[in-house]
Design a binder for this molecule. Structure first.
Ligand code: IMP
Length: 222
């Protein structure tokens, strides 16, 4: 069963009995489909956009193929995801590829942030490895980087990038956010992203900065 999305309406294209089913959505708001299965990212983007956009992600489309992130840069991976998903669903697709760059580690974990500890998406293991690699180092400078790509019909429309500079602390602090948030203190603050909470994080994060450009670009497009 393929769930397609057209302006303001959900369309289940191939029901078991081959009948087309149309359920009315909210036709007023433009819709963005996020090329992610990461519920944390979706929640952050949804809360940053407020009610300006209706935000779906690939979890709303159970039959979509998984997109292999085989790129060696954030932009390559973001393009793979946005173009790959937009080939399968109608409408504008937004992808986000992001990660942490630590100066003392030569920019690692970078594009491999989500599997740094050895297992894809295992945040506790990623944080354990980062603490181990950083033990005893005095240069603690780091940044989160986010690249976003908008695509439609398999073609990239535009790409955007946002960063937030900060430093890596020695021990996990705080329970908010996700990923490396308990180890990252943004410049100008003493608390980690996990301690600062979503409201503060969503005002200054790499994702917020990239998303602000996305919103400006979409608004200019009309
Ligand atoms: P992606 O899903 O391939 O873009 O990988 C993103 C990975 O980078 C996540 O699994 C986290 O490890 C890390 N990451 C990206 N953004 C954040 C953030 O806002 N906070 C903490 N970790 C992040």
């Amino acid at each position: 069963m393929l769930l397609g999305v057209a302006s303001g309406r959900f369309i289940l294209k191939t029901l078991p009995d081959d009948e087309e089913f149309v359920a009315t959505g909210m036709p007023d708001r433009p819709r963005l489909i996020l090329a992610t299965r990461n519920a944390h990212k979706t929640e952050e983007i949804r809360s940053m956009l407020g009610d300006r956009y209706e935000v779906l992600d690939v979890n709303d489309f159970p039959d979509l193929p998984a997109i292999a992130e085989t790129g060696t840069t954030f932009l390559e991976n973001a393009r793979l995801k946005a173009e790959g998903i937009s080939r399968e669903v109608p409408g504008i697709v937004l992808s986000d590829d992001s990660g942490l760059e630590v100066d003392a580690l030569g920019g690692a974990p970078g594009v491999w942030s989500s599997s740094y500890g050895g297992e894809e998406g295992n945040h506790p293991k990623n944080n354990e490895r980062l603490m181990r690699e950083m033990a005893g180092r005095t240069d603690r400078a780091a940044r989160f980087r986010c690249t976003m790509v908008l695509a439609e019909g398999g073609q990239t429309l535009a790409d955007f990038s946002g960063t937030v500079e900060g430093r890596i602390v020695e021990d996990l602090r705080g329970t908010g956010g996700f990923g490396y948030d308990p180890l990252f203190v943004p410049n100008g603050y003493d608390a980690t992203f996990a301690e600062l909470g979503n409201e503060v994080k969503n005002q200054l994060s790499h994702r917020a900065r990239a998303l602000a450009q996305v919103v400006g670009w979409l608004a200019g497009r009309g």
